[in-house]
Design a protein around this ligand. Structure first.
Ligand code: 5GP
Ligand code: ZN
Length: 188
């Protein structure tokens, strides 16, 4: 895209501190770093949002994010890192070429998710309805849903109807999370 600033970086039409490049992705330092080593990873091809990125690019992205995060942490002696992608104006996306922020973090305890995203009380109240609306999502084509996972889903439905107070909702959340982790098993 001719008027896209990140496409211009890809095409070397404007300068950037490019620290990683392969056939499909580049990584460069953010011009306004939110931490030392704040890096942006982008596909060279222009897509506006992550949900528009085709499968073969998505697959490489996971590996690239992993490798670059690891190298940043080691070279900068960071103690942690955040990976973040803003998609759409409602999510705060400013540059309309899909990108992933890797933010190395330092020291012992930094601000948590809460600082950027305070708890949405209405979403919390609607947790069960949201779960009902979503579960189960379609498995990714090369993954399979474990039969015991489906059984857990049935148990969950019964439990949801009985949940009354916040404490129970909390333990339900944790349990559901754990169950959902078990539901999706890679091909053996
Ligand atoms: P967004 O808010 O869209 O997720 O983030 C866009 C990011 O791109 C911001 O962190 C901003 O500092 C960075 N950025 C915008 N323009 C440029 C540029 O020309 N060069 C570099 N290196 N980063 C940029
Ligand atoms: Zn672009």
């Amino acid at each position: 895209m001719t008027d896209c600033i990140f496409c211009k970086i890809v095409n070397k039409e404007i300068p950037a501190a490019i620290i990683y490049e392969d056939d499909i992705f580049i990584g460069f330092l953010d011009i306004n770093p939110r931490s030392k080593g704040h890096t942006l990873i982008i596909p060279k091809e222009h897509f506006e949002r992550y949900d528009e990125v085709p499968e073969q690019i998505q697959e490489g992205l996971g590996k690239v994010l992993h490798s670059i995060s690891k190298q940043l942490i080691e070279k900068l002696n960071a103690t942690g890192f955040n990976i973040l992608s803003n998609n759409g104006e409602s999510a705060g996306q400013v540059v309309k070429h899909v990108h992933f922020h890797i933010l190395p973090r330092y020291g012992e305890k930094g601000h948590s998710l809460e600082a950027a995203f305070p708890i949405d009380e209405q979403a919390k109240e609607e947790l069960q309805q949201t779960y009902n609306l979503l579960a189960p999502l379609q498995p990714v084509n090369h993954m399979k849903v474990a039969p015991e996972g489906i059984a857990h889903k049935e148990e969950n439905k019964e439990k949801q109807e009985n949940i009354k107070n916040e404490k129970e909702i909390k333990s339900f959340e944790e349990e559901t999370y754990l169950m959902d982790q078990r539901d999706i098993l890679p091909d053996s």
